[in-house]
Write a protein that binds this ligand. Structure first.
Ligand code: SAM
Length: 229
């Protein structure tokens, strides 16, 4: 899911992503999808209105979770996402679908739905492909919790990715772990891409690490956590 050219938002979704997801989600991604489903089922969310940020076609989102909301709104710049999402989740009650960039139009979207819970759907770890300024991305990630203050929100996002094999077992962390310790605790080594999402959650927050076998020999360590208002 790496970038093809610099700085374009459609690098993180689009036809290549959909073709891969259609193919891989049935077998290769099945354990990851199950772990995401369990994570979302464990989120004690109070609002009945949900905003999805970067849901794509919801290839890894469980319909049962979506059906728990009386209305689900979404923001994703991918022109194919809305129609494919409706095909994948015919029973979800979908409201507004905005084709836009959260880092440009996100605050207006949030303000239009002041009581809604928010789920970042494996999107924050893609930001570094679009904004090449590392410090600025790290700052954007730190700001997320401030922008979402007063709401129930959750995110699952790439933390690290690289070559290797990992078991599909999740790892629950009571607080943030430095990357080297995390990798060695999973018996992983070598060069890993830092997705700059290490400060999305407060360091003292409980989170889980979901190893995602993205392709044979390629692993993404996905960090998942929630914050309740
Ligand atoms: C990895 S895919 C998400 C996959 C999704 N969890 C699923 O189940 O299919 C990332 C999605 O985030 C979207 N995206 C990337 N940057 C975004 C941004 N700044 N604001 C909103 N959506 C964004 C992309 O268009 C893409 O659809």
């Amino acid at each position: 899911m790496g970038p093809k050219t610099e700085g374009s938002i459609d690098l993180t979704g689009g036809p290549v992503w959909h073709a891969r997801a259609l193919w891989r989600r049935v077998h290769l991604w099945k354990p990851f999808r199950k772990n995401v489903e369990n994570f979302l089922a464990s989120w004690p969310v109070h609002s009945r209105e949900l905003l999805l940020i970067g849901p794509s076609a919801g290839w890894c989102l469980p319909e049962k979770f979506l059906r728990g909301f009386s209305i689900v709104h979404a923001m994703d710049p991918d022109p194919f996402a809305a129609v494919l999402f409706r095909l994948n989740h015919p029973r979800a009650r979908i409201g507004a679908w905005q084709r836009a960039d959260f880092f440009v139009e996100g605050d207006a979207f949030l303000n239009r739905h002041p009581g809604a819970a928010v789920l970042f759907c494996n999107v924050l770890g893609q930001r570094r492909y679009v904004n090449r300024d590392i410090e600025s991305v790290e700052n954007e990630m730190r700001q997320i919790k401030l922008r979402l203050r007063g709401r129930d929100w959750a995110s699952f996002h790439d933390l690290l990715s690289g070559f290797g094999e990992a078991s599909s077992e999740i790892k629950v962390l009571k607080s943030a772990l430095d990357q080297a310790t995390l990798l060695s605790s999973l018996d992983l080594s070598g060069e890993w891409l830092d997705h700059l999402t290490g400060n999305v959650f407060a360091r003292s927050q409980t989170r889980q690490i979901i190893p995602w076998r993205f392709a044979p020999g390629r692993v993404h360590l996905v960090e998942a956590g929630y914050v309740n208002a």
